[in-house]
Design a protein around this ligand. Structure first.
Ligand SMILES: [Zn+2]
Length: 135
């Protein structure tokens, strides 16, 4: 049985676990939920776990560093989560559109709006480019 790394503070959703099994067969998802210090920490753990696939939710700069290391043998996956209410009108935990199988509701913090996102699919992260020019 394959190990799949899960580098995110969010627990995998039922729909996400089904999607992984559909693509990879029966697998064991190994979760790392703490904050990770560096890209090297993430890679070291993925190697220790001997994972061929890993889902990562982290700042773009961190993901860019992780995926640019080519000798890991790890295929990094991005969970595409689309907003359920593009107008940001989610009432929160009482939302009638909440689907426990594939949704995450993040309560508003510091006056921000409640975010309600729905898992769509996993994408393979091929590369992250930062396009820079002198200021
Ligand atoms: Zn909602």
């Amino acid at each position: 049985m394959k190990n799949v790394g899960w580098f995110s503070r969010n627990t995998p959703l039922p729909a996400q676990l089904r999607e992984l099994e559909q693509k990879l067969g029966k697998c064991t998802v190994l979760e790392y939920k703490q904050m990770f210090g560096s890209a090297a920490d993430v890679i070291a753990l993925a190697k220790k776990w001997k994972v061929e696939h890993a889902v990562i939710v982290a700042p773009m700069s961190m993901i860019a560093k992780v995926v640019e290391v080519k000798d890991t043998g790890v295929t990094w996956l991005w969970a595409r989560m689309d907003p359920v209410h593009p107008d940001r009108s989610c009432p929160g935990s009482s939302c009638g559109e909440f689907n426990a199988d594939r949704d995450v509701i993040v309560p508003n913090s510091r006056g921000g709006s409640t975010r309600h996102h729905r898992f769509v699919l996993f994408n393979v992260i091929k590369r992250i480019d930062m396009i820079l020019e002198p200021f």
